[in-house]
Design a protein around this ligand. Structure first.
Ligand code: SF4
Length: 344
């Protein structure tokens, strides 16, 4: 009953998305990874561009990582792009370039978790594995009246078991897409469309006027503040960029030389004097912004420093003509700084 109603609703109301009806596991994989932490509207452009640049698993595997990051630029959560790249190489090395067709092998690919593996297995290969993402958790928690913390692994397991009973053998891919579509379009986080919902008559939350109370989500994340002071050295239309370290946020993306300190007060003149960097004009702060990551709040400050000559380069730094700054993969904060400071 639940499954029939869901699929009937999906057949009539599903959105027309570029990956709808797709059966190529590579393309399904790319769409699923892009849509994690990304809105559908923004994701569509990236999906098209990514597949134009890397139309096959082999093409993705053969590309240098910097090129993959460049195409990904602006989507954030760069580990997704790195994992896609590493997994493409894994598919070429371990499966001769053919996407694996059984759940354990798909799940074994780098960066592929339970949700993505189930989505690919069901949509591309017709295997009945329920894909449980945030949309599905919310929808099922409300429909079934589950008051456990949906951030807890045990609750996810409970929802998965529930979906396992509903998922049909003949249309598992449509079932998973329909569940996600319900959560994204009808049973939304705020102001769900209960009056238009095909499940309202059987929905626990709606029938008990507890839609606002569900799902229960208790998450304890400690957010740490970090203060990044970026120095945009300028000399003869050239500046310096550096590649970020491998063991920190924005791994291997490019940025201006950075001084990270414990607060927002940065005495730039003192810093330049201490490091014997001669400037030709009084250095000035040209922009500042805040950027929220899952566990970090970044306070970023940008200073333009016109210098007599560019300071000596340290490891991972290079001189870059200002006109070429756009060629480098950078984090969102630096991208916005480039727009503000250089109108690039
Ligand atoms: S009736 Fe409302 S709360 Fe219940 S499943 Fe439908 S949209 Fe969600």
């Amino acid at each position: 009953m639940f499954t029939e109603r869901l699929l009937d609703w999906f057949d009539t109301h599903k959105r027309d998305l570029p990956w709808r009806g797709e059966t190529d596991p590579y393309r399904i994989w790319i769409s699923e990874v892009i849509l994690q932490q990304t809105r559908v509207v923004q994701g569509m452009d990236y999906y098209r561009r990514f597949l134009e640049t890397f139309p096959t698993c082999a093409a993705l595997a053969a590309a240098p990582e910097a090129e993959v990051l460049k195409v990904w630029q602006g989507l954030g959560y760069y580990s997704r792009a790195r994992n896609l790249h590493a997994a493409a190489r894994q598919i070429v090395a371990d499966h001769g370039g053919t996407f694996p067709s059984d759940y354990p092998s798909i799940r074994n690919l780098k960066g592929v978790g339970d949700y993505t593996a189930a989505a690919i297995a069901s949509i591309a290969f017709g295997l009945p594995y329920p894909a449980v993402d945030g949309n599905v958790l919310r929808f099922v928690a409300r429909y079934q009246g589950i008051f456990d913390n949906i951030a807890a692994p045990a609750t996810r397991k409970l929802v998965e078991t529930t979906c396992q009973k509903w998922i049909p053998n003949d249309r598992p891919g449509d079932f998973n897409q329909a569940m996600m579509e319900m959560g994204a379009m009808v049973c939304t986080p705020k102001n769900p469309s209960c009056t238009a919902c095909p499940f309202a008559s059987a929905c626990y939350a709606f029938q008990h006027q507890q839609v606002e109370q569900l799902p229960v989500k208790q998450k304890t994340i400690t957010v740490k503040n970090r203060y990044f002071h970026y120095l945009i050295f300028l000399h003869n239309d050239q500046t310096i960029l550096q590649r970020r370290a491998e063991n920190d946020i924005w791994r291997e993306l490019y940025e201006f030389p950075l001084v990270e300190i414990d607060g927002e007060q940065f005495d730039i003149v003192n810093y330049l004097n201490d490091n014997k960097i001669e400037y030709t004009e009084e250095p000035c702060q040209v922009w500042q912004t805040q950027h929220q990551l899952t566990h970090r709040r970044i306070f970023a400050y940008f200073y333009v420093v016109s210098v007599k000559c560019l300071p000596p380069l340290s490891e991972h730094q290079q001189i870059v003509p200002v006109s070429r700054l756009r060629d480098f993969a950078v984090a969102k904060v630096t991208e916005r700084a480039l727009q503000r400071v250089f109108q690039q």
